[in-house]
Every structure is written in C-alpha cells, then in structure tokens.
Design a protein around this ligand. Structure first.
Ligand SMILES: O=C([O-])CC(=O)C(=O)O
Ligand SMILES: [Mg+2]
Length: 218
C-alpha cells in the first residue's frame, strides 16, 4: 500500500527555485545523477507563463457508468499547488478547460500540468493561466474519464510524481523535483547557473567557445 506523505516545502526554497529555469534544473539532475524525478513531456501552452509549486496529483481512468466527478478535485486543491493530472497521455478528450482555469486562478492554484490535452485555448490564453499539456482538443473528456484518485503517486512519461514533489515548468519544459532532492538540486542548480553566467560573459567578451568552455569549470 502507498503511504501518502504531504510535506510542505518552505516558501523561501520555492522563491529560490523561481529564479532558475528548467534547463539548469535538468543539468543539476545530470550532474547529481539523480534517477528519480526529472524531465516530463507536457509543454507550455500559454506564452510567458511559468509554473513552480508542489504537486497536487490527480489520476483519471476511463469513465465508469454513473460516475461524474470530472474536475471536482478543484475544490480540494490548496493554493500555490500545481494540478498534475494523469490522463494516461490520452489526446481524444480534454481534461482541462477555461472554467477550470478560471476557478483555479481565482483560488491561487499555481498551474496545471497534464498528461493529456486541454481545450478553450483562446479563453485560457486571455486568462494567462499556466497550462502545460500534450496538446489541445475540442472534445471534452467529461464523458470519457473520471477521477480515480487524488493526492496519490502517479507516473507521467516514466517519471514518478508524489504529491509533495516540486514541479517546475517554463518555455523549455517541465521538471519534477522529488521532495527528498529539493535542497541538493537547488544548491547544484544555483552553482551551475553561476558558472553558466560567467560562460556567457566570456562569450560576450569575445573569448573562443573552447576557451570559454574550459574556463567555466563545469
Ligand atoms: O470539459 C472540459 O475539458 C473542461 C472545460 O471545458 C472547462 O473547464 O471549461
Ligand atoms: Mg469549457
């Protein structure tokens, strides 16, 4: 049986993550050789929006007769959490739309990451609510799927996501940082960002790529 941990991440740590980017976080994973968590495939759908917050996980399954709990998990998500919704990668029906985005935004939810697709693309662009998804689809999933569980470990693109993991998304991709690695990834990513910044400064000052690379001491 799964033991569900809900550990809260300190807000200073989340603030420090917000100064980073998904590529640097991915480099930290490479450097630390972390096998848990990592990169998942949903992509930024609303320009100039990023996500950084703890996961609130949702698992959909094909709908059973008489079940009708589509989207009702929204009443339970605490503010600042990221709705991480596993619909098994289905692209034939949406699991997020404008009314969900409106409600989540009013509640202070940090964004949605979908192993599936969403709809109401124009209205959600207007809201500016961060949605990361595998694509868009006009047909609603409301008659196709129902919620099987919330706040349980889920799997997206081979990556396990526990409810207290940190989810970070920007225009390059989405990273899942396991709770147990939150501090080590942050420290390594900060270090890598400093060396990358000086690499860039050296390139801007005219150094050859090879010399700048050697200087960066990765
Ligand atoms: O049916 C859906 O996928 C969700 C939807 O349209 C909405 O939230 O407005
Ligand atoms: Mg709608």
């Amino acid at each position: 049986m799964e033991v569900i941990r809900i550990n809260t991440i300190n807000t200073d740590i989340i603030k420090a993550y917000k100064k980073l980017d998904s590529c640097t976080l991915s480099d930290a994973f490479d450097k630390l050789e972390i096998n848990q968590g990592g990169y998942i495939l949903p992509k930024q759908r609303v320009k100039n929006t990023t996500i950084c917050g703890q996961a609130f996980t949702v698992r959909y399954l094909p709908k059973q007769e008489n079940e009708s709990n589509f989207g009702t998990f929204l009443d339970d998500i605490p503010e600042d959490r990221v709705a991480v919704v596993d619909n098994d990668g289905r692209v034939d029906g949406s699991v997020w739309g404008d009314t969900m985005a409106l409600f989540a935004q009013k509640k202070g939810v940090a964004g949605a990451v979908l192993n599936g697709v969403y709809r109401d693309v124009g209205p959600i662009d207007k809201l500016g609510f961060p949605v990361f998804a595998k694509g868009a689809c006009s047909r609603s999933g409301k008659n196709l799927v129902s919620v099987d569980a919330t706040n349980v470990p889920i799997q997206i693109d081979g990556v396990r996501i526990d409810p207290d993991d940190l989810v970070f998304g920007d225009e390059s991709g989405v990273m899942v940082i396991p709770y147990d690695h939150i501090e080590s990834v942050l420290n390594e990513a900060k270090r890598l960002k400093t060396t990358d910044d000086s690499f860039i400064n050296n390139l801007e000052s005219g150094m050859s790529y090879q010399d700048a690379k050697q200087n960066k001491n990765h």
